[in-house]
Design a protein around this ligand. Structure first.
Ligand SMILES: C[S@@+](CC[C@H](N)C(=O)[O-])C[C@H]1O[C@@H](n2cnc3c(N)ncnc32)[C@H](O)[C@@H]1O
Length: 261
């Protein structure tokens, strides 16, 4: 699925939201040590940047080299291109040895993975017994009643045929995604736990965000422009005179530990 993220890698880096401090603090409070994180499907490092402030080192991997090209370089983040599915040998060589990682994070990417293989590898690479996996998705931005109306119309009708079936797990806020892990300390379930991220956008940023969707790209390849002049006019009217607006994206976190306490 990584090929779905190649052509719009620049839009992706420019327009996708980053994540709030509360999310990272909550996750970090569940790992007793803060040495090493593996951020899988890192894209252009949206989560890796914040993790690098809390953890000593971050290994940020992605199956798309193009996405990684737009990631910010940081002294304690090692970006690594990987195949979409790794062998155990590749995992050890490209990521980390067995039992070496405090935390595996997956931001808005778990729905693209081959889960049985991935989970087996997560369990192998996590520190025993306290290693934690945290995976989150975010959902549709809320801007204003007028903008949301145009956006929801686009999302629920015109865009729908172009999403990959895996996107259903995001529509479901990761409630039904397979997540075979134990609740972390202080919790009695593995989520979803809810957070919100807020991003200031002008209309151009908002349209770039839509262009960064894999579905937008898929439609384009089939000769369909989802942001035609008529749709852009509707967004312009709905956006009004205010240049900048706050877009709020709800976040849904699944978090667990590989072993019982
Ligand atoms: C929606 S983006 C999320 C990027 C970033 N984590 C974020 O929070 O915005 C999904 C990313 O997962 C990557 N990806 C998809 N399948 C993958 C796989 N099997 N292994 C590694 N990365 C994968 C894509 O290349 C893309 O960069």
């Amino acid at each position: 699925m990584a090929e779905l993220f190649v052509k719009q890698a620049k839009q992706y880096a420019d327009a996708r939201p980053t994540y709030p401090q509360q999310l990272f603090q909550f996750i970090a409070s569940k790992t007793p040590s803060h040495n090493l994180v593996w951020d899988v499907g890192t894209g252009s490092g949206q989560a890796a940047r914040s993790l690098a402030v809390i953890y000593e080192n971050v290994i940020a991997t992605d199956a798309s080299e193009k996405q990684l090209e737009f990631a910010a370089e940081l002294p304690n983040v090692r970006y690594q291109h990987t195949p979409p599915t790794m062998s155990m040998t590749e995992l050890e060589q490209m990521v980390s040895p067995q039992g070496s990682i405090d935390l595996v994070t997956i931001a808005q990417a778990l729905h693209w993975f081959d889960l049985p293989t991935f989970y087996q590898q997560v369990k192998w690479v996590l520190k025993k017994p306290n290693g934690v996996i945290a995976a989150w998705s975010y959902y549709l931005p809320r801007v204003s009643d007028a903008v949301d109306t145009v956006f929801d119309q686009l999302y629920s009708t015109d865009v729908r045929p172009y999403w990959d079936p895996a996107r259903k797990l995001v529509d479901d806020n990761y409630r039904s995604i397979d997540f075979p892990f134990e609740p972390v300390n202080g919790a009695d379930h593995t989520g979803p736990f809810e957070f919100v991220t807020e991003t200031v956008m002008n209309l151009g940023d908002f349209l770039t965000y839509i262009k960064s969707w894999s579905a937008y790209q898929t439609a384009k390849e089939k000769g369909v422009e989802l942001l035609g002049e008529d749709v852009i006019q509707k967004f312009k009217l709905a956006w009004g005179e205010d240049g900048q607006k706050v877009a709020k994206f709800p976040i849904y976190l699944r978090i667990g530990r590989a072993w019982d306490a």
